[in-house]
Each structure stands twice: as C-alpha cells, then as structure tokens.
Design a protein around this ligand. Sequence first.
Ligand SMILES: N[C@@H](CCC(=O)N[C@@H](CS)C(=O)NCC(=O)O)C(=O)O
Length: 221
Amino acid sequence: MSQTVLYAYPGACSRVTLTALEEAGAPYLDRWIDIRADQQYSPDYIAQNRKAKVPALSVDGKTLTENPAILFYLHQSLPDAGLLPRSGDLFDDARGLSDLAWCASMLHPMVRQIRNPKKWTKGDVSGIAEDGLEKLNKEASFVEKTLSKSTWWYGEQWSIVDVYLYWVFSTAAKGAFNMEDYPALAAHAERVRARPSFQRALARERAAVTDNKLNIDASKL
Ligand SMILES: N[C@@H](CCC(=O)N[C@@H](CS)C(=O)NCC(=O)O)C(=O)O
C-alpha cells in the first residue's frame, strides 16, 4: 500500500501542504522537524532532503521538495480535492502553478527579509527588513484589490493559493507588516482560517507541539 509522509514544522510554510492534504482527505503520516532546534540539518533528515527545509513529501520512499512542486503533485494526483482551478485549457490552468511559484519564490523571501533579516547577510542587517516590508506592501496592495472584489483569490472558488497567501501575510504580520492596513486581506484571513481543512491542519500542528515538546506557543499558531 502507498505511504505518504509529510515533513513539516508548526506554523512554517509546510502548513500550506498540510492543509492541502487535509483538504484532499488523503491518508498521510506527519513527521515534525524542529527547525528552531536545527533538526533540519540532522543526517537523517538531510538524507531525505539535502536542502534542509520543510516541507518535504515522501511517497513510497521517494521525496519531493519545494511547496509549488508538492502542491502541484497533490493537485494532479488527487483531482477531486480542487486544490487549483481546472478548466481544461492548458494555458489557463498553468496560472495555478504560476501563482504557487509567485508565493514561494517572490513573496516568501520578502517574509524572510522582514522576520529574519540576519539570514540575508553575514554583515550589517540595516535596510533588509525595511526593503522586504516595502516590497511586500506593494504586493499586498495588489492582492487587496482582487480580494476586495471576490471571496477567494480565484473568485468564488477556494484554492490552495488562498492558504498560501494567508500564510505569507499572516506570517509577515507577526513581524512589522500591518494586516490592518488591508481590510480585504484581513477578512480573507478569517475565511481561510475558518475552513475545516485549515482547522484540521491547525489541530494537527497543535498536537505536534505537545507531542514533540516543541518550543512554540501553540495558542499563537
Ligand atoms: N523554497 C522552499 C522554501 C522552504 C523554506 O524556506 N522552509 C522554511 C520554513 S518556512 C525552512 O525550512 N526553514 C529552515 C531553515 O531555513 O533553516 C519551498 O517553497 O518549499
């Protein structure tokens, strides 16, 4: 029987993949990699994922890394889950992958600049967080325009991109990003959190904090 294992950390970007698995109702095991304790560099984990990051998804012993690739794989292998729009037009449907790549390669690094500027330089950190904040605010204004006219990123249809956008902006809001400047984004965040698959993912993260004695305030997840 096929076995799927998600390597994750509570509150990290692996939460997007975790929510995708919950949305799909697919059976999977979770393994929690304590990235605050540098467990991502342990020989056991490096053997799974030489990049030393979460998420990673192992299926029958083979490992896939990078959120967009994992989410696209889940979208293709679990078509009933509705993780991304599917119109049948190859060009239009590539937009889902494009938006996942945007979240991972453009927005996520801005969040890192804001929250963890030391990871960007071996020298002076001045200006790194400010630069990230300026860039993220520009992206937030763009997202705000769309969300002020629709329930979800793709109109009336929920998708995993909504969860990714939520993760980006809510994580940045734990730093200097002010979600209150963006009322549609803030309302969208409430809708994302209310979705049952998100709540199940959150419950799984909270259980992981307790079971693995992780140094995280579970009430802030
Ligand atoms: N490009 C990767 C980025 C993954 C990533 O940066 N994950 C963070 C958690 S949000 C991580 O594992 N950080 C550990 C570290 O940087 O040491 C993806 O999109 O999956």
